[in-house]
Design a protein around this ligand. Sequence first.
Ligand SMILES: [Zn+2]
Ligand SMILES: [Zn+2]
Length: 180
Amino acid sequence: MTPEHIALVQRTFAGVLPQAHNEPVPDKEADVEESAHRALCSSGLSFSIGDAMNDKAWVAKAAKQPMVLETVDLGPLGAEDVEVAVEHCGLCHSDLSVCTNEWGISQYPAILGHEVTGHVTAVGPHAKRLKVGQRVGVGWYSGSCMHCHQCMSGSHHLCPQVQPTIVGHRGGFATHIRAH
Ligand SMILES: [Zn+2]
Ligand SMILES: [Zn+2]
């Protein structure tokens, strides 16, 4: 993160992103960067395969409420899903729009973050072409049916069953994310 990014994070989440509990207020730029990175991306934890029972995520309980760092059980991995250990996650105004329910479509508790990069840590038995350890990205949509005309012609974003990553699905401000 550059100083401009940090300033953007601070402006965007002013009053929304809480200062982490029991941590001294950062007084150096490097501390601010580290603090913002931990808060938004991965909470600084290390990952291991099948670790998502101990997923840590920033959870928004209701519109315009501060996000709270919690342990989240992602449950059994879907047969066609993969699990990704989040390494970095962008911060987009759409995250703020879902956080504040600006569009009236938010579902709480919400885990925001839809610009994820990371590594695959688990692969469902029917997931194709992805392997543990592979670097992947997850964007605005985290799943689609994969059998309709739109999916089969490469227009997954037009699938009638498309799954937004941060509405009704747990996003990337977490140690792990799931995707179809
Ligand atoms: Zn976005
Ligand atoms: Zn489809």
